[in-house]
Write a protein that binds this ligand. Structure first.
Ligand code: AMP
Ligand code: ZN
Length: 465
């Protein structure tokens, strides 16, 4: 299996640290607002990776954090505290607000059939571990205190900037907005705040440096090593995390452990909304419940995510979602048809051949668009019997996650509006008003409802494709 590693900027052959097992850490959501479909594209891609690793035979130890404290509006140590700001706006206790959006996030993940990580850990429940970690950095001479805050010294660390290929020598003090003058170097960042401009910060803890709260980056170094050890196979996140959050996580972890921390850095490209970044702070977000309200199946969004490689930008448009929904519906109809008659023997040779083609796609840096193309090849191959098709498709679906095993004919329930038109048509026919009856048939067709008159004044009502 090959994976693109952000650290080397190359496709690399994947070799796990422990045979047969993979440790995978993914940065989780900041729970001060709804997770939007952009965030969810990243979690979907991580799910495709997780499922592909399982298909390759690995036991996957997947850990994800929940950022429920100390995330600032910018990725640096400036800006506002997002949690605090949202809690004030919603007039809610900060932790209650965090739990509300955490639950919302997992509901969305469930709708998208994303496998829940083996371990989900909250920042607020690991503050003591964070304090111990910062103490170790201090002992190693990699942290310093200035004006009450504890900072990480990126220059002393020695190889800061490796991940994003940043030249720290070229960075000047004051080059960014709201430069923190307490820093020794422009790239240094806060490990622990005691003095902060957020005087009404609610979540605070006692520490050797005074009462305060952790910087954002420290939680991922702490929780990943607590649950996965000091050397992990794969670390994931969105591309926006490369230059600051992941660079900082890497510096802290490698500074603390004294050796390489992550073997493969995997980063997901963004979902864009009409040339704009979809972001919680810009307020231009779309959520899964919003798509459901418009009549889309969440799995159509999963299908849309499969159509783009995780390292390509995906432009969100309603037209793109419409075609994903119709491709998904079409697949559903075909799968239902296939499952109706599974008699006959499975052609094992064909099954092996086609699954090998599918695996070649997904094992090549998770190429989901090619994997989907192989899936359609199987669906449409008239030389294969249904038993063979289903034997192949059900295996493919362990990676695609489109819930093919649950696809079945749904009982058709016409809307109230359609029922009213059916009733009016019954009346028109009783009055032998055939023109009106035809008009009503057309009106029903526009609502997606088909009708067929049966003997004895009976009526067959069915959905139109
Ligand atoms: P956040 O809750 O803002 O920390 O983001 C959670 C995850 O979603 C991170 O891995 C981000 O990199 C990722 N992310 C944020 N915005 C987008 C987007 N528009 N498209 C894809 N991933 C995103
Ligand atoms: Zn992180």
């Amino acid at each position: 299996m090959k994976l693109y590693n952000t650290l080397s900027r190359q496709l690399e052959e994947f070799k796990p640290i422990t045979e047969g097992q993979v440790s995978m850490y993914c940065c989780g959501p900041t729970v001060y607002s709804f997770a939007h479909i952009g965030n969810l594209r990243t979690y979907l891609n991580e799910d495709f990776l997780h499922r592909t690793l399982e298909r390759a035979g690995y036991k996957v130890h997947h850990v994800m954090n929940i950022t429920d404290v100390g995330h600032l509006t910018s990725d640096e140590d400036t800006g506002e505290d997002k949690m605090l700001k949202a809690a004030e706006q919603e007039k809610m206790d900060v932790l209650a607000l965090a739990r509300k959006y955490e639950d919302f996030f997992f509901d969305e993940e469930k709708d998208l059939n994303i496998i829940r990580p083996e371990k989900v850990c909250r920042a607020t429940e690991h503050v003591q571990d964070m304090i111990e970690f910062v103490k170790k950095l201090e002992e190693k001479g990699l942290a310093y205190t200035a004006a009450g805050n504890v900072y990480f010294d990126t220059v002393k660390f020695g190889h800061y900037g490796e991940l994003s290929h940043k030249d720290i020598g070229g960075l000047q003090h004051g080059a960014r907005v709201e430069e923190d003058t307490n820093k020794r170097n422009p790239t240094d960042f806060v490990l622990w705040f005691t003095s902060s401009k957020f005087e009404n910060q609610i979540l605070q803890w006692d520490s050797p440096w005074g009462r305060g709260y952790p910087g954002w980056h420290i939680e991922c170094s702490v929780m990943s090593s607590k649950y996965l050890g000091e050397n992990i196979d794969i670390h994931c996140g969105g591309v926006d995390h490369v230059p600051v959050h992941h660079e900082n996580e890497k510096a802290q972890s490698e500074g603390c452990f004294g050796h390489k921390w992550v073997n493969y850095w995997v980063h997901n490209e963004f979902l864009q909304l009409k040339d704009m970044k979809m972001s919680k702070s810009l307020g231009n977000i779309l959520t899964i419940p919003a798509l459901k309200e418009k009549g889309y199946n969440p799995l159509a969004y999963r299908y849309l995510a499969l159509t783009a490689h995780y390292r390509s930008l995906l432009q969100f448009t309603w037209e793109a979602l419409d075609s994903a929904q119709s491709a998904f519906d079409n697949l559903k109809t075909r799968v239902i048809e296939i499952k109706k008659d599974l008699s006959g023997a499975v052609d094992e040779a064909k099954k092996t051949e086609l699954l090998a083609k599918f695996d070649a796609a997904i094992f090549n840096d998770i190429s989901t668009p090619q994997a989907l193309a192989v899936m359609w090849e199987v669906v449409k191959d008239s030389s294969l019997n249904n038993a063979t098709k289903w034997a192949i498709l059900s295996e493919m679906d362990t990676v695609l996650g489109l819930k093919m095993d649950e696809m079945k004919e749904e009982a058709f329930a016409p809307s109230d509006e359609a029922l009213k038109l059916i009733e009016e048509r019954k009346q028109a026919r009783a009055n032998k008003d055939w023109a009106k009856s035809d008009e009503l048939r057309d009106a029903l067709a526009k609502l997606g409802v088909g009708i067929k008159d049966l003997p004895g004044n009976q009526l067959d009502v069915f959905p139109l494709k």
